[in-house]
Ligand binder design. Structure first.
Ligand code: PEP
Ligand code: MN
Length: 341
């Protein structure tokens, strides 16, 4: 349930109102926008009489929120959330960023890849140090040494770093190393203890859509993180499993505008895992940009044939540079105000 507060309400009246609700055993979430202040009421709101709330001077109107996600719901928070990823890099609410780097951190080649990505316009460095591999016999990533390398290169290039954390027990290590954005991968999209742990960590989270997750389930994943007090969640469409076998996954470009409609959280698209093949990554990146994504996550490798993982979908630095030029043009086209004759 949300209560929209009258513009004339003073901060003291708002405080009093919030206390009144919390005294009745509910949690609240106050969203102060430019035009409206909204008090989200969380709990079994069937116990509250909406007419009683509406009779209060401070309340303009009351609306039930029937969706099971509350904190992630745009009704609770009509304005776009803007997330500060560190190093002055903002995502959401008109701030568009590209995260780029190799699937796996492999060693010193990270430097050249990161520099090329940054020079082409990437603002966040990605790289996996702990890799969720289908087979236990393939490379599992460099682990803590990989995080050190990522942080070293991120500092050299003044870029925040995003890296996947797979195990709730590793969250502390990621915080210690200073990883700026904690990625929760598709395979862990419904690992609820992990979602709670990254929620408690407070760092920005990049939450990927599970392979067979509905949009509502993805939003409930975000709700787990947010319910632990961490509002800094970015959602990532990275393709879903369908009957189609020509591509690694099926890129659900619809998810971008649908998520923007349902939630205030930034929406990132990952055209690399969505398609699985280098030749399709750029077109999917353009589609996501045109659909209004707040950012992209793209795998880049200096020598894809030697990559430890996901070489088949990596862009070379030259391909990435070409993509970035076109992405900038598409951004311009979709964000420029149209002149109405
Ligand atoms: C990745 O980003 O390298 C990754 C494993 O992504 P996903 O969880 O989307 O498969
Ligand atoms: Mn990958």
């Amino acid at each position: 349930m949300i209560a929209v507060v009258r513009e004339t309400a003073t901060p003291e009246q708002l405080d009093q109102f919030v206390r009144w609700i919390e005294d009745r055993g509910f949690k609240t979430n106050v969203s102060q926008g430019d035009n409206e202040t909204i008090v989200g009421i969380i709990g079994d709101t069937t116990r509250i009489d909406p007419f009683l709330l509406e009779s209060m001077d401070i309340v303009d109107r009351v609306q039930r929120v029937t969706e099971p996600y509350k904190l992630a719901n745009r009704k609770f928070h009509p304005e776009d959330t803007v997330i500060d990823c560190g190093h002055g890099v903002l995502v959401g609410g008109g701030h568009f960023q590209v995260m780029a780097g190799p699937c796996s951190v492999e060693g010193d080649n990270l430097r050249a890849i990161a520099r090329a990505a940054r020079d082409a316009g990437a603002t966040i460095l990605r790289g996996g140090a702990y890799k969720p591999r289908t087979s236990p016999y393939t490379s599992q990533g460099m682990g803590a040494r990989g995080l050190d390398l990522l942080m070293e290169v991120g500092a050299e290039l003044d870029m925040p770093v995003v890296s996947e954390v797979m195990d709730p027990r590793d969250v502390g290590l990621f915080l210690e190393k200073g990883v700026d954005v904690l990625q929760v991968g598709a395979r862990n999209a419904q690992n609820f203890p992990l979602l709670r742990e990254v929620g408690r960590a407070g760092r920005p989270v990049l939450l990927k859509r599970g392979m067979s997750e509905t949009i509502d389930e993805l939003l409930m994943g975000a709700e787990y993180v947010m319910s632990e007090g961490n509002p800094n969640v970015m959602l990532c469409e990275r393709g879903i499993r369908t009957f189609e076998t020509r591509t690694r996954n099926t890129f659900d470009v619809n998810a971008v505008p649908v998520l923007h409609h349902l939630t205030h959280l930034p929406v990132i698209a990952d055209p690399s895992h969505s398609t699985g093949y280098t030749r399709y990554v750029r077109p999917a990146a353009y589609a996501a940009t045109a659909a209004g994504a707040d950012g992209l996550e793209i795998e880049v490798h200096d020598c894809p044939s030697r990559a430890w993982s996901d070489g088949a979908q990596a862009l070379t630095p030259a391909q990435f540079e070409d993509a970035m030029r076109r992405i900038a043009l598409i951004r311009e086209a979709v964000t420029a105000p149209l002149e109405v004759a």
